[in-house]
Ligand binder design. Structure first.
Ligand code: DHB
Ligand code: MG
Length: 238
């Protein structure tokens, strides 16, 4: 009888690779590490769903902000604030405005932001995305608030296109700024034409409409990792 090592499922393999690489590129000795661990644990203890970015994905966005010299980020879909806190901790002058519709999630996020010492740089705005965006659009239009270099759309997937069109059309994202839409690949379900799943419909709609949008240039990047197989849409504003 021979013994064989069982072949891991693809998701277990992707997770193992994140688990191997992350401590090298982002060691636990980093000052941000305990603060991020606290934010993640507090979100989990408060019953929030386990759908935040993975540390690898959040680190990538943080490095992108640093490389591109981005100073102001707008996020739709705060959840417990993990991504916003990660971006701010890794970029000491970065400011993040993050919008959350769920009052419980927003309360947990605000507490996590305070616990991370970031109340001066991470602003959690509670309300419906379209309503909060309308207010921000007025403030940016009147010069009362900076435009954003990165907008991260990670909220209700049915409204992906609506959020995208509002941030680009409303002048919330600066020229040469980037809009990133999370979760547009969905383990391959993005290929399901005529899907009955509103999140798949929302992914296909935003990919197709952004692709035809002369205001931006875009690409969809697939990803694998501890969150499985997914991907994000990147669009650079003219
Ligand atoms: C879901 C939402 C997300 O933003 C994500 O990154 C993963 C999953 C969801 O609603 O299932
Ligand atoms: Mg997401």
């Amino acid at each position: 009888m021979s013994t064989t090592t069982p072949t891991p499922t693809p998701k277990a393999l992707y997770a193992s690779i994140d688990a191997y690489t992350l401590p090298h590129s982002h060691p636990p000795t980093r000052p941000s590490h305990p603060l991020l661990a606290t934010a993640a644990a507090s979100s989990s203890a408060a019953g929030l769903p386990d759908i935040a970015l993975s540390p690898v994905q959040a680190k990538f966005l943080a490095l992108f902000c640093r490389a591109a010299g981005i100073t102001h980020v707008l996020e739709l879909g705060t959840l417990g604030g993990y991504t916003a806190i990660f971006l701010a901790l890794e970029n000491p002058s970065l400011k993040v405005v993050t919008i959350e519709v769920d009052a419980h999630h927003a309360a947990v996020a605000r507490r996590n932001v305070v616990d991370a010492g970031l109340e001066g740089r991470v602003e959690v705005m509670q309300g419906k995305g379209v309503d909060v965006l309308e207010g921000l659009r007025g403030e940016v239009g009147r010069g009362e608030r900076e435009g954003f270099g990165l907008v991260f759309v990670d909220a209700d997937k049915e409204n992906n296109w609506r959020y995208f069109d509002t941030v680009v059309g409303g002048g919330l994202v600066k020229s040469k700024g980037v809009v990133v839409v999370d979760n547009v690949v969905r383990g391959g379900r993005v290929l399901e034409e005529g899907s009955g799943d509103a999140r798949v419909v929302g992914a296909r709609e935003v990919i197709e409409r952004v692709g035809a949008d002369a205001r931006v240039d875009s690409v969809v990047v697939q990803s694998v990792g501890e969150k499985g197989h997914d991907g994000w849409l990147w669009a650079v504003v003219n």
